[in-house]
Design a protein around this ligand. Structure first.
Ligand code: C2E
Ligand code: MG
Ligand code: MG
Length: 889
């Protein structure tokens, strides 16, 4: 209930009380007093009526008191009627008689009252009078003073004044008045109590969360008790106040009244006010509760929703924060991507380029627009094979990445090395979504590395490989040659006079001297040879591929030759001299260390032997090579000195046994008469190129000799051997033609012998030359046949006339069945091709017989004759020397 409402109720209650009190005082109280007076008046009238006859005299006047004996009656009557006082007035208003003796004879101004009385009406008045009790105690008495007129024969003759004590009645009336006045107050009080109660209850109920509490407050019993307590307290309090001047009976009466009031008012109040109000309140409470519940529910829902919203908000905030973070990260990544010096390329899983950074463009010269959507293949250098890329992708698929050095191509076509790291980028479910390639151009690093490695591996002064690189190259060459069964030469070179130059001319000059020596060495050696400086005045040369020791020896000689010319440095004429030691793989060691050591030893031997020379490590080899060198040197002069001779070995026909031809075999007869076999000097002549003049000499000699024999009546065929080098010589044909022409011999009388291996090595060229020779009429024989494994089909296309079966197959005939089979096969094969067969090196008559038996055409061997001087052969011809076969077939 609102404060305003309470205020209105309170004001209304006051107004009602005031109205009620006004009504009480102005209407109820006077009317009750009147009733009281009227009743008392009636009693007084009765008394007066009773007494009036006694006081009227015969003359219709009031008896005088002395005369009136009957006044005693009056006293009696007064006592009987319990009158306080009775007085009699005469018509003039004088008190004729009174029970109060003091009043007799007094007159009162009661004209106005007498005026009323004269009309036959009575007049009463309630007065309060003090009276003295017998105990001389003054008491207050309420008295109704009634004037009753006395008429005699209709004439007003006087009046009774009767005092009737109504203290009790008055008291009761006062009580009634008080009660009637207090009742509204009480009611009001109850009302207020009720209101307060309701207010309180309302408040309690509203505050309380339990409807039961409201019901308890609004129960009739509770209300009854409360109300009763209130009424009794009020009534009790009231009566306590009143009891000061009222006897206890009144209190009991009050209690009774209160009980009655309680019994009456409480139900009425309860049913009229409390119950509806309570039910209203309860209803309201219910509604309110419902409302509250709904409200609470709503609030809960709102709270829940709010919480949800908050959560959503938080997660949204988080998301926003996250997305901001992502954004920041992306921005960060972007700026990292853009500012990184590494080139970055991002492709999708199909390898299509999605993004590149500016460093990418800087390194590759491709702009972003040019490469987006392209395949990284545009960068491919072609430097790596398919296996390289396969391995790279295998690694990316298996390990998620690859790192390594790769060569790529810039837009301008330039190939450059880069260090590339490829990483597969996977999403949350582990699927690869992109590949990121990060690379940097390592051209500079490579260059620096190369420079560094160059510095590490090269001598700063001469730029030549240093000891490290020399050993590395030597080891590599040894490994290679081991595999290919090739020989390798190592020259160890030490300058003879370097110390002197250094000491006398200073280090600067020494350095320049070394540089000059280096230049000479570089010029003298072939490209494939590795010239190194081991330090000081020590140099080495690795010859990775030498056929024979002489190759290395020749180089050593060339070097010494080149050094022999003086050099000029700062106007100083300087002579370079060196001692060279030579070792060979595999003869002098099968590893670098041993080869170097042995070459070094050889070098010291050279120094000991007088410097400015070379020395081979192995003495046997050294001797061989030395001899070879000597021969080589001498061979140059041998032709001029007529030391070159041509011997002839006859070829015998295996049917007739007679000489049908001869093979020209060169001989070198030295001044001391010793003969050097062609097997020894022909290779030297080949290597030095001397074979050309020697070969020409032999060919011309053979032609001349053939002509001589022909002229003498012996038409034998003379065969001449042609070596590989000769065969390759452009002037061969010309030389042959001119020799034949010059000698005047029939070309048909000349035969060329070439080895099977030569024929096979230079197939095309060989065929051409042979065809031309054949055109000239010269016949061709394949020398040393059987060692080259030529096939039948191969021989078929060769323009040849005969096969010379190698001595190796003849020497064990007729013992060796395999050889017999082979020789038989060669003979039958030659027959089928229309070729004649010549057996070489037959040394016994058995062999002659057997070869003859096998169907071989001719034979050439020691049994009949070794190579002999022309004279001897001429003698054979003249005496018609023949083979005497053991049996004839
Ligand atoms: P070749 O052409 O096969 O010559 C045959 C060789 O077998 C000759 O050796 C000869 O003396 C030898 N011989 C012949 N019959 C017998 C025998 O019954 N027993 C033994 N043990 N040997 C026998 P020679 O004269 O020492 O010639 C060797 C090689 O030198 C020749 O082999 C030939 O390839 C080459 N040659 C010789 N003279 C010349 C030439 O003027 N120019 C060229 N380019 N090479 C020549
Ligand atoms: Mg020969
Ligand atoms: Mg031969």
């Amino acid at each position: 209930m609102s404060d305003n409402k309470g205020k209105y109720i309170f004001i209304s209650a006051i107004i009602i009380i005031v109205i009620f009190l006004l009504l009480n005082f102005f209407i109820i109280v006077p009317s009750f007093t009147n009733i009281l007076i009227e009743n008392v008046e009636k009693s007084a009238d009765k008394v007066a009526t009773h007494l009036s006859t006694m006081v009227i005299s015969s003359d219709n006047s009031i008896l005088s008191p002395e005369k009136i004996s009957s006044f005693k009656m009056l006293e009696k009557a007064a006592e009987e009627f319990n009158l306080e006082k009775i007085s009699i007035f005469n018509e003039s208003g004088e008190i004729v008689y009174s029970t109060d003796q003091t009043d007799i004879g007094k007159s009162q101004n009661i004209k106005e009252i007498f005026h009323i009385l004269a009309k036959g009406e009575k007049y009463s008045n309630l007065v309060n009078k003090k009276s003295e009790t017998t105990e001389s105690r003054k008491v207050q008495l309420d008295v109704v003073e009634t004037y009753v007129p006395i008429f005699a024969n209709g004439t007003f003759i006087g009046a009774f004044e009767i005092y009737l004590e109504v203290t009790n009645l008055k008291q009761r009336l006062d009580n009634a008045v008080l009660k009637s006045s207090l009742l509204p107050l009480l009611l009001m009080f109850i009302f207020l109590v009720s209101v307060i109660f309701f207010l309180r209850m309302d408040e309690t109920i509203i505050q309380s969360t339990q409807i039961n509490l409201a019901k308890r407050y609004s129960s009739p019993l509770f209300f009854f008790i409360i109300t009763a307590v209130a009424i009794f307290l009020a009534e009790g309090g009231l009566m306590m106040l009143l009891s000061v001047w009222h006897p206890l009976s009144l209190i009991l009466e009050g209690i009774f009244d209160a009980s009655a009031l309680v019994l009456l008012v409480t139900p009425v109040l309860y049913f009229s006010l409390v119950m509806p109000l309570t039910s209203h309140i309860v209803e309201r409470k219910k509604n309110e509760d419902e409302l509250r519940r709904a409200h609470d529910e709503l609030e809960q829902r709102v709270e829940l929703r709010t919480a949800e919203l908050k959560e959503a908000n938080t997660s949204l905030e988080k998301e926003i924060a996250q997305s901001l973070e992502y954004q920041e990260q992306i921005q960060l990544s972007d700026s990292v991507l853009e500012n990184t010096i590494e080139g970055i390329m991002i492709t999708d899983t199909d390898g299509i380029i999605q993004r590149v950074n500016s460093s990418f463009s800087l390194i590759t010269s491709y702009s972003e627009q040019e490469v987006i959507g392209q395949n990284p293949k545009i960068l491919k250098s072609g430097h790596h094979d398919r296996d390289f890329y396969n391995q790279m992708w295998d690694s990316i698929i298996q390990t998620g990445g690859w790192k390594g050095e790769i060569w790529n191509r810039r837009k301008n076509g330039e190939i450059f090395p880069e260090w590339l790291s490829i990483t597969a980028i996977k999403n949350l479910s582990g699927e690869t979504t992109h590949y990121v390639g990060v690379f940097h151009d390592i051209s500079d690093i490579k260059r620096a590395e190369e420079q560094l490695s160059y510095q590490v591996f090269h001598d700063a002064l001469t730029g030549l490989p240093n000891r490290l690189l020399f050993i590395d190259r030597l080891e590599t060459a040894i490994t290679h040659n081991k595999r290919h069964h090739q020989m390798l030469g190592l020259l160890f070179l030490d300058l003879d006079n370097f110390k002197n130059i250094n000491d006398s001319l200073g280090h600067n000059m020494g350095d320049m001297y070394l540089q000059a020596v280096t230049e000479i060495l570089k010029k003298t050696c072939r490209d494939e040879d590795t010239v190194s400086r081991l330090g000081g005045d020590e140099f080495t040369v690795v010859l990775p591929n030498v056929d024979i020791p002489e190759g290395a020896v020749r180089l050593a000689r060339r070097i010494l030759q080149a050094f022999s010319a003086p050099i000029y440095i700062n106007n100083h004429k300087l002579i370079v001299s060196a001692s060279i030691g030579i070792s060979f793989y595999p003869e002098n060691g099968d590893n670098a260390e041993e080869l170097i050591k042995n070459a070094d030893i050889a070098m010291y031997h050279a120094k000991d032997a007088g410097k400015n020379r070379f020395q081979l490590f192995n003495s046997e080899m050294n001797e061989r090579v030395t001899r070879r060198m000597i021969l080589e040197n001498r061979l140059r002069d041998a032709l001029e000195n007529n030391e070159i001779l041509v011997y002839y070995q006859p070829k015998v026909n295996l049917i007739s046994g007679a000489i049908v031809g001869a093979e020209a075999l060169v001989r070198w007869q030295q001044k001391d008469g010793s003969i050097i076999s062609p097997s020894e000097f022909i290779p030297i002549a080949e290597d030095t190129g001397l074979i050309i003049p020697v070969g020409q000499f032999v060919f011309e000699s053979a032609c001349n000799q053939a002509k001589e024999w022909h002229d003498a009546g012996f038409p034998i065929k003379v065969a001449v051997n042609l070596s590989t080098r000769q065969f390759r010589d452009e002037n061969l044909l010309e030389m042959i033609q001119s020799a034949i022409k010059k000698s005047g011999v029939f070309a048909k009388a000349i035969e060329i012998e070439i080895t099977e291996s030569l024929l096979m090595r230079h197939e095309e060229k060989a065929i051409q030359v042979l065809q031309q020779l054949r055109k000239e009429g010269i016949t061709v024989a394949i020398d040393d046949f059987g060692t080259g494994y030529s096939s039948l089909s191969y021989l078929k296309k060769m323009p040849i006339n005969s096969l010379k079966i190698d001595r190796a197959f003849i020497k064990d005939v007729p013992e060796d069945e395999d050889d017999i089979a082979l020789v038989t096969m060669i003979i039958s094969m030659a027959e089928s091709l229309g070729l004649t067969t010549v057996a070489e090196g037959a040394e016994t008559i058995e062999q002659y017989d057997f070869l003859r038996y096998l169907g071989c055409s001719e034979v050439q061997g020691y049994y009949f004759s070794p190579p002999v001087v022309p004279k001897t052969l001429t003698a054979f011809l003249k005496e018609n020397k023949k083979v005497e076969f053991s049996f004839l077939t």
